[in-house]
Design a protein. Structure first.
Length: 394
């Protein structure tokens, strides 16, 4: 039997793309593929100086990559969208240094789907337990008091819980197509008042003389993505020091590469000249899902955000057989546009006995309260007739 060797990597580029692709296959989330993670690192958006030190873990059998976990050493909690400030305060009260911490997620993207990846026919439970043991040893050796896996794949969550990880539930938004075939079907789900509101919001865009173009694949070039970066930068700047401008222009330019641009959708609003957009949004897609990521506009135009970030993407999703749309972080205004609240899980390990005891004692109550909050939010949606099933499992 070939011995399994573990190795840590300070950059995804230290692992060959073909080895990663062979391991991950084609079904992996776009946000965890080699090209996306490499673009974040090469562009400088994710680096030690920005508080995201790549520390990826891989298992090898000889020359064959058999398991992989994208991991980062974090010097802060920005760009995670799972807010652990209470954990940080607890650590401070206990006289502990909360940072650095070890983190598993696709950086800067609150996208469900994080997991460890394994070669076919591997024993996922056995390798997960082995990798977590290696992670525990790494954390203890480096005086790191916590390891956190965010927005985890629901299937892998069950495996990681068997390996001793604690689950914390938070909230995200999700639209699902279900039996809807077109935008009229989407509208039919709402009560008459909300149908009227959505029609009015879309009509207001047309009445302003605005057109919305959808750009995909070869239509997306450097020019388009540089304009998109300009809108992203402007939008972040509006929030001043709270703007959370995490991505560099170089990252947007790298999205023009042939492998990445096939996963990008840009919705561009203009008044007649497509080369002079007034606002743009950028989404990411695969064959089943659409994810809303970034947007911006040159000026405040009433309802333009709703059109570029919700209605046009939903219409495109229905035309292209997409099953679900995750519009990104944030929430209440999304509910009135058909996005249900849904729990997502993060998994945690704490290496201080006191911290581990206090948080694990608190989690069951916190998770129950989160499910109650989600069910309450979904019970008040403006749908026509019967409410959608609230069958999300915590």
């Amino acid at each position: 039997m070939v011995k399994i060797i573990s190795r840590w990597y300070r950059s995804i580029k230290e692992i060959k793309k073909e080895d990663m692709t062979a391991l991950l296959g084609k079904k992996v989330s776009p946000f965890l593929q080699w090209d996306w993670l490499a673009a974040l690192e090469v562009s400088g958006s994710v680096a030690a100086k920005s508080g995201w030190q790549p520390s990826h873990l891989a298992l090898w059998e000889g020359e064959t990559l058999v398991a992989f976990a994208p991991l980062y050493i974090k010097g802060h909690s920005y760009g995670e969208f799972v807010f652990d400030h209470a954990f940080s305060q607890l650590a401070n009260d206990l006289g502990l240094n909360y940072y650095p911490k070890l983190l598993g997620m696709s950086p800067l993207s609150p996208i469900e789907g994080y997991r460890f990846y394994f070669a076919n026919q591997s024993d996922e439970i056995e390798l997960t337990i082995l990798m977590i043991k290696i992670i525990d040893e790494f954390a203890l050796r480096n005086r790191i008091i916590s390891c956190n896996f965010l927005y985890v794949d629901p299937a892998w969550r069950l495996v990681a819980e068997q390996a001793g990880c604690a689950t914390w539930l938070n909230q995200m938004s999700l639209w699902t197509a279900g039996e809807q075939k077109n935008f009229s079907d989407y509208l039919a789900r709402f009560n008459s008042n909300q149908r009227r509101n959505i029609k009015r919001e879309r009509k207001s865009i047309r009445d302003k003389g605005l057109f919305v173009d959808t750009l995909h694949g070869p239509q997306i070039d450097l020019s388009v993505l540089r304009k998109m970066y300009g809108f992203y930068e402007q939008h972040c700047a509006r929030w001043g020091v709270w703007g959370s401008k995490y991505l560099s222009e170089s990252f947007f330019e790298m999205l023009a590469g042939p492998d990445l641009r096939e996963k990008i959708i840009v919705f561009s609003a203009h008044s007649g000249n497509p080369d002079e957009p007034l606002g743009m949004s950028l989404c990411v897609t695969d064959s089943e899902m659409l994810w809303g990521r970034y947007w911006g506009s040159k000026q405040e135009i009433d309802c333009l955000h709703f059109e570029l970030c919700y209605y046009a993407p939903i219409e495109w999703a229905l035309q292209n057989g997409i099953k679900g749309f995750d519009p990104g972080a944030g929430g209440s205004h999304k509910r009135r546009r058909g996005f249900l609240a849904k729990p997502h899980a993060s998994l945690h390990r704490w290496y201080d006995k006191r911290m581990n005891y206090y948080i694990r004692s608190w989690l069951p109550k916190a998770n129950d309260l989160m499910i109650e909050e989600i069910n309450a939010a979904n019970s008040d949606l403006p749908f026509n007739g019967e409410q959608p099933p609230l069958s999300f499992v915590g």
